[in-house]
Write a protein that binds this ligand. Structure first.
Ligand SMILES: *Cc1c(COP(=O)(O)O)cnc(C)c1O
Length: 402
């Protein structure tokens, strides 16, 4: 048995999505920009249908959607595009500490270009407040970028409150919604989001395709291009469109919309079963992230006295992630957990479990059994765990230098 519990890193393609894509590799292979023949028209029609399918999920209009190669590109276009276009109005950007690297790094790059970036700290559950944002907004603030659901811990930010605040203060609001698009209800008008990023492979669509919502009225958001070429996608993102990928993204978004309301509950039930199974059988475990304001599929758990990487080796038929998939190549403790105030030791002992559409109860039960066994085995070998059990305060221990 192999159990995949890493859906926040990527999801399998839904068979219905693959089915929708196949004709666009075969008979309908045209270039969506070829206006002079039926091959082009068929491709263009499919792209426009996908645009409507994506828009519908967030209460947007078809024309508000720009197709990208994924969320990394979407975030870069939004952040750098706004920064360059509105530089004459100010050079201050606000974000928060647990953003994905695809937001943090473009912001760092802006800093090198002479912009001021405020990175708001989060509370112990990983949340920022609208008040924090309000306090940080200055006369020269042009953009606030705050994600909806965090990929590592699942914590949800109060994007509605932040969006309404940004509207009042006349500041543009971008939100990386990769983990919640199509999974939790989001309406761009109700939340006051001006730019929203999503990605195909987080919603059972293909990799290498995503979408950026760009508000066209109240206010009309203008973006400087970071990709120059044929002027595709309202000149925001030049390059021949990935028609099969876009068709897949559109179908994936449509399926999410159909399942909105039922799938979240299904995931929550599985996640809660997993979380309860683990926390009831093991001591010295803590769940990271917000207890309730959290994506329904995510459980990030710290197992004291156990090293996350060793744990993963001890249960190699369970696919999970320690830290975030993007940074787990390095052995630095997760910056997201550090931002919550989790110490290095516990951060290294943390595992992210994320269930998905095709996860079964049997898989969850099997994973719980494997996790409990692996942790117990490692703790049996841990002198630190032994000492802690005997009531020794490890912080008071004087360790010998050799
Ligand atoms: C996966 C993810 C990204 C990166 O998306 P890609 O499409 O792989 O570039 C960005 N932000 C968040 C929150 C994510 O979960």
């Amino acid at each position: 048995m192999k159990v995949y519990l890493d859906h926040n890193a990527t999801t399998p393609v839904d068979p219905q999505v693959l089915e929708a894509m196949l004709p666009y590799f075969r008979e309908h292979f045209g270039n969506a920009a070829s206006r002079s023949h039926s091959f082009g028209h068929a491709a263009e029609d499919a792209v426009e249908q996908a645009r409507a399918q994506v828009a519908q999920v967030i209460g947007a209009e078809r024309k508000d959607i720009v197709f990208t190669s994924g969320a990394t590109e979407g975030n870069n276009i939004a952040i750098k595009g706004v920064a360059a276009m509105y530089a004459d109005q100010g050079k201050h950007v606000i974000t928060q500490a647990t953003e994905h690297k695809a937001v943090i790094d473009p912001c760092k790059w802006l800093e090198q270009q002479g912009y001021r970036v405020t990175v708001l700290p989060v509370d112990k559950h990983g949340r920022v407040t609208a008040d924090q944002v309000a306090e940080a907004i200055k006369d020269d603030t042009i953009l606030v970028s705050i994600m909806h659901g965090n990929n590592e811990i699942g914590t949800l930010q109060p994007v509605g409150e932040i969006g309404r605040l940004c509207k009042e203060r006349g500041v543009l609001f971008h939100s990386d919604c990769c983990q919640t698009f199509g999974k939790l209800p989001i309406n761009v008008d109700e939340t006051g989001i001006d730019l929203l990023t999503c990605s195909g492979h987080k919603i059972y669509g293909p990799k290498g395709v995503g979408a950026l919502y760009v508000r066209r009225k109240r206010p009309r958001v203008r973006l400087a291009s970071i990709m120059h070429g044929g002027g595709h996608e309202r000149n925001i993102r030049s390059g021949t469109l990935n028609v099969p990928g876009i068709v897949g993204l559109g179908r994936a978004a449509e399926i999410c919309a159909e399942r909105m309301g039922t799938e979240a509950e299904q995931l929550r039930t599985l996640r809660d079963r997993l979380q309860a199974g683990i926390t009831e059988q093991l001591d010295e475990v803590t769940v990271n992230g917000h207890p309730t304001e959290r994506t329904p599929n995510t459980a990030n758990i710290s197992f004291a006295y156990v090293e996350g990487e060793s744990m993963m080796m001890g249960m190699d038929d369970i696919a999970v992630s320690s830290g975030s998939a993007c940074t787990s190549a390095s052995l630095e403790p997760s910056y997201v957990l550090k931002a919550l105030g989790v110490g290095d030791e516990l951060a290294h002992s943390s595992i992210r479990f994320s269930v998905g559409r095709f996860t079964t109860t049997e898989e969850v039960d099997y994973a719980v059994e494997r996790v409990v066994k692996a942790v117990r085995r490692l703790r049996e070998m841990s002198p630190l765990y032994e000492m802690a059990r005997e009531g020794v305060d490890l912080k008071s221990v004087q360790w010998d230098a050799h």
